[in-house]
Each structure stands twice: as structure tokens, then as C-alpha cells.
Design a protein around this ligand. Structure first.
Ligand SMILES: Cc1cc2nc3c(=O)[nH]c(=O)nc-3n(C[C@H](O)[C@H](O)[C@H](O)COP(=O)(O)OP(=O)(O)OC[C@H]3O[C@@H](n4cnc5c(N)ncnc54)[C@H](O)[C@@H]3O)c2cc1C
Length: 304
């Protein structure tokens, strides 16, 4: 099987290649802004380097990938926000089957079989896809290949009839250690009554040397925090050594994002909150009483 792969984020490229190698030879598309990291790529058969296009050009990428896809059975993309968006756009353009957030893939009797979480992470769906297929691969499921030098072939950018005009680009402020790489995370939920109160979580994270994440309502609905810090099935999946979940109920969509955490501590006033099913340590208490005391005690221990 021939596989065409692309990721906006260079950090996910090696995992994509590894996933693609489960099926066959992988050709990786790289854009002008990714060229500087070309030497990091291992395990692909070839790199298709498009110097005339940047990875931020979503409309151009749809054209580029769709134009090349005719020579491949499977298109693999990363399961980040822009990757998932491309899955729909490219699959629609090709009339191909599609699946997002795939955690395993294989060929059985000439058919492509993929696995992915369903029912908010409560079950694994095994799906058989017709070819061609466009798939996004869940982060952290495939071990990056360590060897195999790809050949490099330059390809030209397609001409694109644009419907979106980019007026301005702004760098987002960096939010410290990315959540998915953090060893200690304090996750906040709607138990916090107002944005200013989140300082209680930041103070705790500070003393522990950790970072603060959130449930979806805190980031997406209330917009108290950046989108990058929302944890769960539709957000970031985290795997810290210590996770302290404060004022979050632990609904399945959130819980699916914390399954790989080592030690989970939950603070919640409701002893029946689902988060306690996932917690190693549970504190049934008002966060407004508990967090200041915990932070103070930790400071004392550190100070002494
Ligand atoms: C398709 C889909 C995808 C979704 N994806 C995600 C996702 O990726 N991530 C995500 O988080 N959600 C996601 N959701 C939303 C999810 O279903 C829940 O609604 C959300 O996780 C609940 O957020 P919460 O725990 O902050 O709020 P709530 O469920 O309202 O929980 C608040 C908790 O705080 C406790 N509390 C209240 N006051 C205090 C206090 N003073 N001290 C201590 N505890 C207190 C309450 O007892 C309660 O348990 C998704 C939903 C859908 C439909």
C-alpha cells in the first residue's frame, strides 16, 4: 500500500511515518517552512518538498494533497485541529472514506482496518474503510522510527483559486511547557466561580513546578483560558506523573484525555462526581478552602 502523509506540526511527523509504515511505503509532504527540519525525518521512503507553499496555507494544502493523492491508497494526517480539518476537506474532494483520531491501523484481507475511541472514550470502535481513505492519527500511539533516510524530490505548488484572504498573522503568546509534555498538571473545571479565582490553581501549579490545564467549558465556552490548554477527547490528551483535577466533574469526554496520567488527585465538593472513579486520591471539599491550605503547606515544606 502507498501512503501519503502530512503534518502541520513537525513534532508529529515521525509518529505519522511510523503509523504509515504499518501499511506500506510512506511519502511525506513538507512545506517551505518545514524545510529546515528535513534532516530530522526518518523512516519515510521519500520527502515531497513543496518550497512554494507554507504549512499555514490550508486552502493550498487541500489542493496540494488532493492533487497528489491519486497515486496513493491512504492519506495520513495528524489529529490536531488543522489536521482534522484537512481530513474532511481532502476526503470530500477525493470522494474518499475517512476517519479521525485513529489509534491503530492494519491491512486485513486487503482491507484497511482502523481502531479509534468511541462513546466519548468508553469503547474502541473497529472500522473497515474503503480505499482510498483519508485518516488522522492520534498523537502518542506510534513510536517514532529511528532510521531510514528518505530521498528528497521537489514538487511545485498547485495554483489555488482562493476563497479566503489572510489579512494578518499574529504569533500566539507561548503558554510555558506544553500540556502534553508536562509532568505535573493542575486541571481546572467549572467549580471555579470566576476567572480571577483561577489564580488559586496557578499558585498551586507554581509551587509544584507544573502547568495549568482546563476542561472544555473553561477554555471553549467561558474563554477564561487559551484553547491549547483544554484537556479531553476533543482537546489535548495528557500523560503527567501527577494530575490534580480541581472542580471538574470528570465527564467521559474530559476523562478520555487524562487516562495516561500516573497519579490522579481529585478535589470536588460532590462525593459522587465521576472524577473520583478515576482518582487515586480523592478530596471531597470546597476548592476555595482546600487549595489555599494545600499551596501554603507545600510552600512551607519547600521552604523548610
Ligand atoms: C462532543 C463533545 C466533546 C467534548 N469534549 C470535551 C473535552 O475534550 N474536554 C472536556 O473537558 N469536556 C468536553 N466536553 C464537555 C463535557 O461533556 C463536560 O460538559 C465538561 O467536561 C464538564 O466540565 P466541568 O467538569 O468543568 O464542569 P461540570 O461538569 O459543571 O463540573 C463542575 C464540577 O465542579 C464541582 N464543584 C462545584 N463547586 C465546587 C467547589 N467550590 N469546590 C470543588 N468542586 C466544586 C461540581 O461538583 C462538579 O462536579 C465535550 C462534550 C461534547 C458533547
Amino acid at each position: 500500500m502507498k501512503v501519503l502523509a502530512f503534518s502541520h506540526s513537525m513534532d508529529l511527523v515521525l509518529e505519522l511515518i511510523s503509523a504509515g509504515r504499518e501499511l506500506g511505503d510512506v511519502s511525506l509532504i513538507m512545506t517551505s517552512d518545514q524545510e529546515g527540519r528535513i534532516n530530522e525525518v526518518k523512516g519515510a521512503k521519500e520527502i515531497l518538498l513543496c518550497k512554494g507553499m507554507g504549512s499555514g496555507d490550508q486552502e493550498g494544502l487541500v489542493e496540494l494533497i488532493s492533487g497528489l493523492a491519486g497515486d496513493y491508497e491512504v492519506v495520513l494526517l495528524a489529529s490536531d485541529r488543522r489536521g482534522r480539518e484537512l481530513v474532511g476537506q481532502v476526503a470530500h474532494r477525493l470522494g474518499a472514506s475517512s476517519a479521525v483520531d485513529v489509534s491503530s491501523l492494519s491491512v486485513e484481507d486487503g482491507k484497511l482496518v482502523v481502531e479509534r475511541m468511541t462513546f466519548g472514550g468508553k469503547a474502541i470502535a473497529v472500522e473497515e474503510l474503503g480505499l482510498p481513505a483519508v485518516i488522522s492519527v492520534q498523537k502518542g500511539k506510534f513510536k517514532p522510527p529511528e532510521e531510514g533516510e528518505p530521498s528528497v524530490r521537489e514538487i511545485s505548488a498547485p495554483s489555488v483559486e482562493r476563497r479566503i484572504e489572510v489579512i494578518e498573522r499574529k504569533e500566539k503568546p507561548k503558554v510555558g511547557v506544553p500540556l502534553d509534555k508536562a509532568e505535573i498538571v493542575v486541571a481546572v473545571g467549572r467549580g471555579f466561580r470566576k476567572k480571577e479565582d483561577l489564580k488559586l490553581a496557578y499558585e498551586l501549579a507554581d509551587v509544584l513546578g507544573g502547568v495549568v490545564g482546563a476542561t472544555r467549558p473553561i477554555a471553549a465556552d467561558l474563554k477564561w483560558m487559551e484553547e491549547e490548554v483544554w484537556i479531553g477527547i476533543s482537546g489535548v490528551r495528557i500523560a503527567p506523573k501527577l494530575l490534580i483535577v480541581v472542580g471538574a466533574s470528570g465527564q467521559q469526554q474530559f476523562a478520555a484525555g487524562i487516562m495516561d496520567s500516573k497519579v490522579v488527585v481529585a478535589v470536588n465538593t460532590d462525593s459522587k462526581a465521576p472524577i473520583f472513579e478515576q482518582a487515586d486520591y480523592g478530596v471531597v471539599m470546597d476548592l476555595y478552602e482546600f487549595l489555599p491550605v494545600l499551596t501554603r503547606k507545600l510552600k512551607e515544606i519547600k521552604g523548610g
